[in-house]
Each structure stands twice: as structure tokens, then as C-alpha cells.
Design a protein around this ligand. Structure first.
Ligand code: AMP
Ligand code: GLY
Length: 427
């Protein structure tokens, strides 16, 4: 079957890599793709926001299955357009994508379904938001309701900071996404990323993972899309995974079905593992980036078959197999990130770096310029490695990074530190 993959990040390169290994695949197309994806797929210059153009291409290229990587096309209803045209696809409907598209929607659903999450309030004006704040302890979290590319969240340590975040939101700092504000209890604990394939009724957990959101070593500095990740995540013990499925994922799938908006795709729960157990921070309706890079390294089952089973609603007859090895990925970002990145700098040494045992290099923001690979985004490369332990995967990833010649970029030097410490302590 011919498959069209929508997206251009490191997540999509990892998905393309796993899809390419499927015996069910005839030809892979990617829109728009990147320089790394181009080695596995034919890249086409399609705008995913132009649903009619996507449908025309699907007909022309006899595409049998469309995999939607990023959230924006999901929230804007690309799945619905494909469904109307009878095109099989992986990714939830516009209605189900509200789980990511509206934080208030998700909080209300959690309250109704009894899903553990922080206490919260939803506000459409600054005065009522501030009145609520006055009665809350700090730290407290202020969020723009809608999609703000990961930037609409302020963890405020003082009430003045929280009030300033409310004012910034209503002053339009996040555009339409900030027309409503959610104020949320601060949850204390360790974060983990949890993924489950959902076919509308059945949920199937993927392997566990953890990412590093802050730009600096020691988890300091501003938030980013993710500077590195590893799998498995030691904090996600089998007991915590079971509680997450029973207390968070399954009730969500049931509540969405009951609302007439069944969730079909991959549900990504951002969790806080608190002293009382796992609590939901937020949902995303797509794979994580860079978590997908480590998950695809460990997956031994056929990804395309799993996605088809999700779309066909037959996950109850499906199973996923994983390598016992650990995987770790380090993000190489362009100087300036998470602010405006410097683009166009040349990257050398990738051919040598990828020869390190167990290493795969996934491209995120790269572009081919003649014979050269140049940086073309904030997060640029994901140097990913397998190892018997997280420590071994980490050593291999940094060994490969040492062979990459790219003065225009930087990376964190401590990806995986929590898991490596736990391994060293023999936990
Ligand atoms: P989000 O975009 O909702 O994932 O939030 C970005 C980051 O802010 C999360 O990864 C957490 O580190 C932090 N955060 C968000 N909500 C909370 C919360 N209720 N308690 C503690 N930290 C939070
Ligand atoms: N790594 C977090 C995300 O994909 O949103």
C-alpha cells in the first residue's frame, strides 16, 4: 500500500523509518518531509492546511493510508476531510482533537469522568481570573486554553507573576489561543510521557518514555519542545502504568466515546507522577517529539500494521513487541533555540557519526542544499542510540555527537541523567 506521512520533524523521520520496515508498504510519501526523510520517502510540497490539495494528491498517488504527525492538521480537521472522502488514516477527528486543542475541554472531561488531575478554573476575563487567583496558593500554573506551540504555560512562583501571565494572555500574547485562560493547581513530582494507541474503544499502551523539556543542563532554563528523551522511563513502574491505564487512559477513551467523539489515534498523556500516583497534566493527540524517536528504536512490531489496526478498530486483537534494550535520543538544536534559531549553517560529519554501533540519526529541521546538509529550524537533529542500559545508550549517542561538526548548534550534555543515576544505584 502507498502511504502518505504528514509532517517534517524528527518525530516524522522516526515514523518514516519504522513505516519503511513494514512489509505492507509499497511506497512512502512525506509532506513536506525533510532532508533525512527524503532518504526513505518521496517528499512532496503539500500544505497540510489545504485539505483539498491533500485529497487531490491522495487520489493522484493512489494513497491507501495517511498518517498525520503534528497536531495542527488534526485540530484543523484533516482527519474529517479524509474520512468524508473515504480515505483510511491515522489521527483523531477534529472533535476528538479538542483533547489537545482546548485545555479547558480536557479539564472538564477529567472532572466529569473522575480522572486525576490538578484542581482548576476556566476564565474568559482577567478580573474573574484574578479573583480566583487571590484564593489560591503559589506556585500556580496559568495556561492559554488553545494551541500555543508549547509556549502558553507559565508556572508562576508568585501571585504577581501569575497575574502578569493572565494579563499577557488576555492582551493577546498567544493570539486566539489565549482568549480563554485555565488556572491550574501546581502538581509536584516527576514528569513522564505516556502513549496509548486508541481505536475508539480499546487502548493499547506503548513502551514508557520520559523527555527533558528545559533547554539547559540539570533541567534549567526555558521550556522547549523537548531536548532529549529515553525509554523505558524507570518512574513508570508496571504498577504506575496499570494505574495510568485504568485511572486516566481508559476513562478518557470511554468518556470520548460517550460524547460521540471516539478517539482514534495515539493519545499522549503528559503525566506528573505525584506522591498520590499519576495525575494528568495535559493531553496531546499525536506522538511526542522526541519521545517517538526512542519508541521507534525499541519497537519490533510492524508500525504500519499497528496503525491500520487502530484505524480499523481492531486493537483488541493486536499486540506490540519491544526490544528489552534502552533507547536514548539527544536533540541538537540551532544556536538561539528556543528563541529564533540561526538557520542555514552547515552540518558535517553525519556519515561518520551514524556508523557508531546502535546509532540512528533522525533529522528534524534540516534541508539539503546541493551536497550540503544545512540547519533549517530550531530542533535540527536527534542523535538516537540503543544500548543494554540507558547509560550505554547515552554513551553511544554522545560518541556519535562528538563526530558531528556543527558549530551552529548545541545540545544538552546530561540527557537521561535521572535514569542513569537510578541504574548506578542499582534500582
Ligand atoms: P504543558 O504544555 O501543559 O505540558 O506544560 C508545559 C510544562 O509546564 C509541563 O511539561 C510541566 O513541566 C509544566 N506544567 C504544566 N502544568 C503543570 C502543573 N499543573 N503542575 C506542575 N507543572 C506543570
Ligand atoms: N516532547 C513533548 C511533545 O511532543 O509535546
Amino acid at each position: 500500500m502507498n502511504v502518505l506521512l504528514i509532517g517534517s520533524g524528527g518525530r516524522e523521520h522516526a515514523l518514516a523509518w519504522a513505516l519503511s520496515a513494514s512489509p505492507l508498504l509499497t511506497k512512502l510519501y512525506a509532506a513536506p518531509g525533510n532532508a533525512g526523510i527524503a532518504e526513505l520517502a518521496e517528499c512532496v510540497a503539500l500544505d497540510a492546511a489545504d485539505h483539498a490539495a491533500v485529497l487531490r494528491f491522495v487520489a493522484e498517488a493512489a494513497i491507501g493510508f495517511v498518517v498525520i504527525g503534528p497536531e495542527a492538521p488534526l485540530v484543523s480537521g484533516l482527519s474529517d476531510a479524509l474520512a468524508v472522502a473515504g480515505v483510511k488514516h491515522f489521527g483523531p477527528s477534529k472533535a476528538a482533537s479538542q483533547l489537545e486543542g482546548s485545555k479547558g475541554f480536557t479539564k472538564d472531561l477529567c472532572r466529569e469522568a473522575g480522572i486525576p488531575t490538578g484542581a482548576y478554573g476556566r476564565f474568559k476575563d482577567a478580573a474573574s481570573a484574578k479573583a480566583y487567583l487571590a484564593a489560591q496558593p503559589v506556585p500556580i500554573v496559568v495556561k492559554a486554553d488553545g494551541l500555543a506551540a508549547g509556549k502558553g504555560v507559565v508556572v508562576a512562583t508568585t501571585r504577581a507573576e501569575a497575574e502578569a501571565a493572565v494579563d499577557a494572555c488576555f492582551a493577546g500574547a498567544f493570539g486566539a489561543a489565549g482568549a480563554e485562560v485555565v488556572i491550574e493547581e501546581f502538581l509536584d513530582g516527576e514528569e513522564a510521557s505516556f502513549f496509548a494507541l486508541c481505536d475508539g474503544t480499546t487502548a493499547l499502551a506503548l513502551a514508557t518514555a520520559q523527555d527533558h523539556k528545559r533547554v539547559g543542563d540539570g533541567d534549567t532554563g526555558p521550556n522547549t519542545g523537548g531536548m532529549g528523551a529515553y525509554s523505558p522511563a524507570p518512574v513508570m513502574t508496571p504498577a504506575i502504568v496499570q494505574r495510568t491505564m485504568e485511572e486516566i487512559i481508559q476513562p478518557t477513551v470511554a468518556a470520548m466515546a460517550a460524547r460521540g467523539m471516539p478517539f482514534k489515534g495515539v493519545l499522549f498523556a503528559g503525566l506528573m507522577i505525584t506522591a498520590e500516583g499519576p495525575k494528568l497534566i495535559e493531553y496531546n493527540v499525536r506522538f511526542g517529539d522526541p519521545e517517538t524517536q526512542v519508541l521507534m528504536m525499541r519497537l519490533t512490531s510492524d508500525l504500519l500494521a499497528a496503525m491500520l489496526a487502530t484505524a480499523d478498530g481492531v486493537l483488541d486483537h493486536f499486540d506490540l513487541r519491544w526490544r528489552s534494550d534502552a533507547a536514548l535520543t539527544v536533540v541538537l538544536a540551532a544556536n538561539g533555540y528556543p528563541g529564533p534559531p540561526v538557520k542555514g549553517t552547515e552540518i558535517r560529519g553525519l556519515e561518520v557519526a551514524r556508523m557508531v554501533a546502535g546509532v540512528q540519526i533522525f533529522h528534524a529541521g534540516t534541508r539539503r542544499d546541493g551536497d550540503r546538509i544545512v540547519a533549517d529550524g530550531g530542533r535540527v537533529l536527534n542523535v538516537t542510540a540503543l544500548g543494554q542500559t540507558v547509560a550505554e545508550a547515552q554513551a553511544r549517542a554522545y560518541e556519535a555527537i562528538a563526530k558531528i561538526d556543527w558549530p551552529g548548534g548545541f545540545c544538552r550534555r546530561d540527557i537521561g541523567w535521572r535514569a542513569v543515576l537510578r541504574e548506578a544505584a542499582g534500582e
